[in-house]
Design a protein around this ligand. Sequence first.
Ligand code: FCB
Length: 460
Amino acid sequence: MSFPKDFIWGAATASYQIEGAAHEDGRGASIWDTFSKTPGKVENGDTGDTACDHYHRYAEDIELMREIGIDSYRLSIAWPRLFPDGGTTRNEPGFAFYNRLIDALIAAGITPAVTLYHWDLPQPLEDAGGWANRATVDAFEHYTRACAEAFGDRVKLWITINEPWCVSWLGYMSGVHAPGRQELPAAIAAAHHTALAHGRATRVIKQVVSDCQVGITLNMTNYIVPVDADAEAIKAADLLDAHINRWWIDALTDGQYPVVLQEEYGDMLSSVVLSGDAEILKTEPDFLGINYYSDSFVSTAREVDGALRDGGLFPFAERADTRVPEHLQSTLTDMEWPVTPEGLGVLAMRVHTDWPAIPALMITENGAAYDDEPDANGEVNDTRRVAYLTNHLASLQSAIAQGAPVVAYYAWSLLDNFEWAYGYAKRFGMIHVNFHTQKRTLKRSAHTYKQIIESDRVPV
Ligand code: FCB
């Protein structure tokens, strides 16, 4: 069975993970510069100072995109390149870089899909309270307007915020991501402010850019409970589902948060929601971006409770040994996430059924970390990634056949890159990067992807 003729085949990256050039052309510091330079926060003390040096090598990288044959490239803009102080002072060389990049993509026949916020908040904004401070929403709106005005003549696909759950809960509650704070009220405020920022940014982009499409990207998963789970465990799993899957979707479709979350957080949540916010939260979406990596397994209510209290709450199987069912243990990727391809189709159908107001779905990330290196012939035979890719696409294809309105798939990632708290230790790329020489090598998965794109079919 084939994918629809106009299906968008893409690959994704994010600015801090690939660009490098952290101190060039007037770029300001972001929270990830600060965090990665704080001892003990990132594996091996890795930073994004050089990363894939994409800032200088973007032309070569676009050539590789062309070789794979992708229709669209999902990139993110580094806010501190455009506004180093997080305020209104423009840094023109930053705008010039993204103009060069966007022009080169279009010249190569590749449609840019731009994410405005993929986690590199200007440090001065964090110093003033970060996403826990409502003023950051104003700053984001200003930055968004500048991007829409500068790039909107050529960029028609916009994603406001990548994974606001990670922004708020990993950044402000568990602290495993920048800015590394561990404050529950701050996480809740950040969750609300990211939802608000999406609503405000969507309106601005729509105002400035004609015939564009705007959405938000969420990290989503299916919570699987054992067949014999008790009522308490089922209720607990529902609470996790409300955090991860429903928080931002309900906000944008209904203008309010799931009742279980309102009950769970009481004043901490209601005190940051001001009058008039419901109208801003409610946003007519053109599409929803879904990042899917794995299903999640919940066995007891106490486990969920513990995860909520210690801010763990990671959507995937963090403690793989205790949570992943026996039969999936052998499938764990280098992230220790189990491989559950059917889940992608199940999730697409669930979103289609539960939120019929969302007209289109884009899979904005999907992929796996495996550490395959070039062999004696210089080839990278990442057969496990090939299987991951083809099995997830087969699952997606069957959801589309059942009516799920999925219009795009972006593989994560184009290149091996800086994997946040894991530094360069985890490789998600379809292109291998030697971080000493910056040599790029297409892995077998890139060749498989090329065949899929050419035929609009998954090989059986
Ligand atoms: C997602 C992030 C992305 C990448 C993948 C593996 O949570 O959006 O930047 O790190 O995970």
